[in-house]
Design a protein around this ligand. Structure first.
Ligand code: SAH
Length: 225
């Protein structure tokens, strides 16, 4: 099957799963997922499944990326913050649907590789940072939209603080190795927060602080070995 045919099959699968926002679907069509997938998994780039990207981390499954993006209700006027750049795939999709995307990753090698992909694909409205996403990006706050792509034990308070009025925050919350609740928090025009659970998901953990040299080295070896 050709890449084009696989892509069409995936988009049809996403439609059947309830993704009906045409902007989200066309971003999925336009961003080449194969550019974010390691060599060994190229044939699975358009399967609806999560794939390893090294350092024990994963590129989320397209269905989850599409559902989270749709739930974020972003548009071309908005400033968006993503926590957990990973491969950069979710960020690339978002960049087509917002004015500017700020994205934070704690693993330097992952963040730098994602940045190189953004440059290659000419996605010029993305700003990357290596750092701890629990701190958010205070210099750029408030954000209209915030999306967290790793599971937190509880909703990170600093991210709620950095959410503007009328803003939406999407974050998976719960324990690792179990289903987590994908939460959507909305800050209304008076500043009040409203919370709802969208679905059950499984993400890798959101971890505070930067990796130690030992952790980064061990995870890099595990990734290649
Ligand atoms: N959005 C990514 C999914 C990556 S998986 C993609 O489309 O590929 C989650 C990522 O969150 C991992 O790369 C992990 O290293 C990162 N992460 C975990 N805790 C973090 C933190 N506190 N700050 C920034 N990134 C974090």
């Amino acid at each position: 099957m050709t890449v084009a045919a696989r892509k069409i099959r995936l988009v049809m699968e996403l439609r059947r799963a309830g993704i009906n926002d045409t902007h989200v679907l066309s971003a999925i069509e336009r961003i080449p997922r194969e550019a974010f997938v390691p060599e060994a998994f190229q044939d699975q780039a358009y399967e609806n499944r999560a794939l390893p990207i090294g350092f024990g981390q994963t590129l989320s499954q397209p269905g989850v990326v599409a559902a989270m993006t749709q739930a974020l209700k972003t548009d071309r006027r908005l400033k968006v913050l993503e926590i957990g750049t990973g491969s950069g795939y979710q960020g690339a999709i978002l960049s087509r649907l917002c004015r500017r995307l700020y994205t934070i990753e704690r693993y330097r090698d992952l963040g730098r590789a994602a940045e190189a992909r953004f440059r290659e694909l000419r996605l010029h409205n993305i700003t990357t940072r290596i750092g701890d996403g629990y701190k958010g990006w205070p210099e750029q706050a408030p954000f209209s939209r915030i999306i967290v792509t790793a599971a937190a034990r509880e909703v990170p308070a600093s991210l709620v603080d950095q959410l503007g009025h009328g803003g939406i925050l999407i974050v998976p919350v719960g324990q690792i190795g179990r289903d987590q609740a994908l939460l959507r928090l909305v800050r209304d025009d008076r500043g009040q927060i409203h919370e709802e659970c969208l679905s059950d998901v499984r993400f890798v953990p959101m971890i505070a602080g930067l990796p130690s040299a030992a952790e980064a080295g061990r995870d890099a070896r595990r990734a290649s070995g």
